[in-house]
Ligand binder design. Structure first.
Ligand code: HEM
Length: 399
């Protein structure tokens, strides 16, 4: 098999191809997308921190200067929202936006949320166990992070069912070569989501609560620190980034444990292994397989010259199995201590929500281990079509 992100077989098991790429072609050109694939941990890690690359080039060049077509006009509402969030901008705008939001995500602030996260996880798992099981993804993995981030932001309970579909539709645009239908769906979702948030932010400005949207709406009022567009972009980013990957780590993680029964038994016998187990599950089956960067100045990677104006595709899933960094990398080891995985990224865009994601995962895996000590699979799961955001469609289990 070859690197082929549109082939379901490759998506289900990309790791042999990665092993070959790292060994034989650690920097290789991938014709179908015109990107350079970067397979080794050291290179992925270095490029994420290298300021000669960026998530965007629009702060230093136009589409024409980079030899790229203009975005099709119908996509405007999508890009307006996405390019107003910190993930798709570079300094100095990135620095300003990240500073505004990071106060809510310091390890201390997030640690204070642990009892609430534990309560929500406990309630979801109790209900799941009382029913004897079901689809772990729909009933536990999704509602936990969606509820947590919605509460942080202050999205009313009655509206929360809207968030997951909007987010999934928007994220459809992040896959490689999305279909025209997926593009229209993403644009529509971005429009609806942003109208909703504009309304909510205006309501909060008039009647502030103890939540992040109120806090950001008040900052936006103060002057030039945050525009309304940036406020909306920030909230959309937090709502999307705040749950998509966590859902997939939960689903992929349990599926990894079921495929490695000795490791599952080890974890069942010693819940104290949970913190290392969560890191290992994120390494062993990486939820976000690839991130892209634009090359803003000529660079050389592993002896290969990569010119300004091209794009590199950083293969996180491959970096996380690199034998130069991880002992016996294809083995799942829930007690692995030396584990510098790259699943939360690195450099200026390093995941802002990492401390929160870790708490959510430890609490939900912990609640399931305690309340469902004999959890078992009832059907073979299947992978969704996404390669970049890679996860199972469902995970049917019995308690
Ligand atoms: C296991 C779950 C998660 C994983 C694997 C993950 C992974 C990542 C990665 C790899 C990036 C960097 C992307 C890049 O460099 O191109 C990122 C950025 C980000 N993540 Fe996460 N994330 C997770 C959970 C969360 C949560 C729970 C939140 C918020 C509540 C969050 C908020 C963000 C934000 C705001 C950024 C953008 C940071 C910036 O541009 O400075 N993430 N995440």
């Amino acid at each position: 098999m070859r690197f082929d992100p549109w082939n379901p077989e490759f998506v289900a098991h990309p790791y042999d191809v990665y092993n070959e790429l790292r060994r034989e072609r650690p920097v290789s050109f991938f014709e179908p997308t015109g990107q350079w694939l970067i397979a080794r941990h050291a290179d992925v890690n270095a490029l994420l921190r290298d300021r000669r690359l960026g998530r965007s080039y629009l702060h230093v060049a136009t589409h024409q200067e980079f030899g790229r077509p203009d975005d099709p006009g119908f996509q405007d509402p999508f890009w307006r929202v996405v390019r107003a969030g910190m993930l798709d901008v570079e300094p100095p705008v990135h620095t300003r936006l990240r500073r505004l939001v990071s106060k809510a995500f310091t390890p201390r602030m997030v640690e204070a949320l642990r009892p609430k996260v534990a309560r929500i996880a406990g309630e979801l798992v109790d209900r799941f166990a009382e029913r004897g099981g079901g689809d772990l993804i729909a009933e536990v993995a999704e509602p936990l992070p969606v509820t947590v981030i919605a509460e942080m932001l202050g999205v009313p309970e009655a509206d929360r069912h809207l968030l997951r579909p909007w987010s999934a539709d928007i994220c459809g645009m992040y896959e490689l070569h999305p279909s025209i239908e997926a593009q229209h769906t993403a644009v529509r979702a971005a429009e609806e989501f942003s109208d909703y948030l504009v309304g909510l932010a205006r309501a909060r400005r008039a009647d502030p609560g103890d939540d992040l949207i109120s806090a950001l709406a008040l900052v936006a009022d103060e002057g030039d620190k945050l525009t309304e567009e940036e406020l909306v972009g920030t909230c959309v980013l937090l709502l999307n980034a705040g749950h998509e990957a966590t859902v997939n780590v939960t689903g992929n993680g349990w599926w990894s444990l079921f495929r490695n029964p000795a490791e599952l038994e080890r974890l069942r016998a010693d819940h104290g292994l949970l913190p290392t187990a969560i890191e290992e599950l994120m390494r062993w089956d990486t939820p976000l397989q690839m991130f892209e960067r634009w090359v803003l100045e000529d660079i050389t990677v592993g002896g290969v010259d990569i010119p300004r104006g091209t794009e590199v595709a950083l293969l996180f899933g491959s970096a996380n199995r690199d034998p130069e960094v991880f002992a016996d990398p294809d083995r799942l080891d829930v007690g692995r201590v030396d584990n510098p995985h790259i699943s939360f990224g690195a450099g200026i865009h390093f995941c802002l929500g990492a401390p929160l994601a870790r708490i959510e995962l430890i609490e939900s895996f912990g609640a399931l281990l305690r309340r469902a000590p004999k959890l078992e699979l009832t059907a073979e799961p299947s992978w969704g079509p996404g390669y970049i955001i890679r996860g199972l469609t469902s995970l049917d289990v019995r308690v």
